[in-house]
Write a new protein. Structure first.
Length: 202
């Protein structure tokens, strides 16, 4: 009888230990998320510079009936037209958070190349297919013909999402282990192009 009670006590103690363990893990996870939300509040009333204009692709644009349809099927002539419209306002830098992989329709690609050459500091995105800690590898560059336009620069759109899938941090630069090349992040590259004299020492 005593042996049975001892076994029961051990089982109960073990069960309580497991419960406490998972409760602590859950509490720390909750605290992490709470801390992230608290940090968001610090920037709640932060107003971005009026010099920054974000041009986004909305649902109306990708509507298959009244819009241009799915983005992967777009002619590059669409981007050329958008870029031409932006250039009317004399932007100091234009950064594309879009990856242009390989050739598409010939006339559209040609038009995009022409407008890129007329644009001040255009930045195109490259992607990181694999990463290993801070040493990144398997970087994929955009369509070579676009990349070789004389005034085009390349930048990384590699991000570090937090536990709630919101991106609050990023690597200012990444290193390609294969080519030993270093690339700025898209945001950092845009800042350097917009304010070159102010970031010379960074």
């Amino acid at each position: 009888m005593s042996t049975s009670k001892n076994k029961l006590a051990v089982a109960i103690g073990f069960g309580l230990s497991i419960t406490v363990f998972f409760a602590i893990v859950a509490a720390f996870s909750f605290l992490d998320l709470w801390q992230l939300k608290l940090s968001d509040r610090l920037f709640k009333n932060f107003n971005p510079s009026e010099d920054i204009i974000i041009v986004r692709i909305d649902d109306k644009t990708i509507n298959p009936i009244n819009g241009l349809g799915e983005v992967p099927r777009w002619s590059r002539a669409n981007y050329a037209q958008a870029l031409e419209n932006l250039n009317k306002y004399g932007p100091r830098v234009v950064a594309f958070d879009i990856f242009f992989a390989g050739p598409r329709e010939q006339d559209g690609d040609k038009k995009f190349i022409e407008v890129l050459a007329e644009t001040s500091n255009p930045i195109l995105a490259l992607i990181v297919k694999n990463s290993e800690a801070m040493n990144l590898q398997e970087i994929e560059l955009p369509y070579e013909t676009f990349s070789k336009v004389k005034n085009v620069s390349l930048a990384s759109v590699y991000t570090l999402p937090d536990k709630d899938s919101i991106v609050r941090n990023y690597l200012p630069q990444i290193n390609d282990k294969t080519t030993q090349s270093t690339y700025d992040s898209l945001a950092f590259a845009a800042v350097k192009s917009f304010l070159p004299s102010s970031v010379e020492s960074l």
